[in-house]
Ligand binder design. Structure first.
Ligand SMILES: Nc1ncnc2c1ncn2[C@@H]1O[C@H](COP(=O)(O)OP(=O)(O)O)[C@@H](O)[C@H]1O
Ligand code: SF4
Ligand SMILES: [Mg+2]
Length: 325
């Protein structure tokens, strides 16, 4: 089997707060193949952003990350100097944030950003303006020449997000992390941008980590899915296996709600309780307070384990097929 594009082994992230160390992401391990999309899903506060920022070394100064390894194209990038890593992030690794505004310099035009990106790309662009216009056309911007002359504040949120996606594509990274890129957009624009990602992933030779709290979006766009809960992976596998036959009670609840939303039912199933804010029990199943299947045997740290023909699940009852929620 060929080497995966990204191979993350035992990533742990903590924040050093005045009140003490706060572990926010624990024992995260996964691989991502070339040209594939990994959907990272979980409710707000479950550790999706922190995990991906740790991989891209974008944590705030109070955050520290440790891992057995993070291999990108076979090379352990945890060993890179800050300078080497910055070079990689500007070229081969890229992140698209929820709010595109912060990714642009407000006093520079969109065209300036493309010219700056063109200069740092190792292969270079023979015709920066032509290539930039082509990238903007790919994200369905009808008049790229006009868009290149605009300042960020002159564009709507949806247009600016399209420009950011085009700018990232223009740099031809091998890995793009998109962190809830449609959350701040209205429903129609959200739909258009998701369809755009779906089209682009087939067009370009890049892999994506696509972070979302929306199971339906994850299903549409992903080859494989990771479900995070309280800083841990609770289930991972192919998008198909996970959506058709979810095994962790939390995943079962998410899938059930997604199906209900598609069916326009009047009352949605709720997973009662909430994930909390980072002070999670270390010595028992973290989902226990919300789990209808909880029993005494769940009151110790639960390992993620292989479920034959399915994927990996962090639940002692993962072999049981009937939905708990
Ligand atoms: N700057 C920070 N300082 C302290 N705790 C933080 C900070 N950012 C995130 N956290 C904590 O880390 C946990 C995971 O956050 P995050 O990765 O942003 O969740 P998600 O992206 O899944 O919504 C949260 O419980 C939050 O309390
Ligand atoms: S380990 Fe127990 S409490 Fe945790 S999800 Fe499974 S059944 Fe529920
Ligand atoms: Mg987030």
């Amino acid at each position: 089997m060929s080497e995966p594009l990204l191979d993350v082994k035992n990533l742990n992230v903590k924040f050093q707060l005045s009140s003490g160390d706060l572990p926010v992401s624990s024992d995260v391990s996964f691989t991502l193949e070339h040209g594939k999309v990994l959907g990272l899903i979980g409710e707000s506060g479950s550790g999706k952003t922190v995990t991906s920022k740790a991989i891209l070394r974008l944590l705030p100064s109070v955050g520290t990350a440790e891992a057995d390894h993070i291999r990108f194209k076979g090379r352990d990038i945890t060993a890179l100097t800050a300078h080497e890593f910055d070079k990689l992030r500007g070229t081969d690794l890229a992140m698209i944030f929820q709010d595109p505004v912060g990714s642009f310099n407000p006093v520079k035009t969109i065209g300036w950003h493309f010219r700056a990106a063109g200069r740092v790309h190792p292969e270079g662009h023979g015709d920066i303006v032509g290539d930039a216009a082509e990238a903007l056309r790919k994200v369905d911007i009808a008049d790229p020449k006009t868009a290149l002359g605009k300042y960020p504040h002159q564009l709507s949120g949806g247009m600016l997000q399209r420009c950011l996606i085009a700018l990232v594509m223009f740099s031809r990274p091998s890995l793009i992390v998109a962190d809830e890129p449609t959350t701040n957009l209205d429903n129609l624009v959200e739909r258009q941008i998701i369809d755009l990602f779906d089209k682009l992933r087939k067009d370009i030779d890049a892999s994506f980590i696509f972070i979302t709290h929306d199971m339906t979006i994850a299903e549409q766009i992903s080859d494989s899915i990771i479900v995070m809960y309280a800083g841990q992976i609770v289930e991972q596998g192919s998008a198909e296996a996970l959506m058709q036959d979810p095994r962790h009670p939390y995943t079962q609840g998410l899938v059930k709600t997604a199906r209900e939303l598609e069916g326009n039912v009047e009352t949605l199933t709720e997973i009662s309780g909430e994930v909390g804010t980072g002070v999670w029990p270390q010595d028992r199943c973290r989902f226990a307070p919300r789990c209808p299947l909880h029993e005494a045997a769940c009151d110790h740290a639960i390992a993620l384990h292989d479920v034959e023909g399915h994927g990996e699940v962090r639940c002692i009852k993962a072999e049981r097929k009937e939905p708990a929620i």
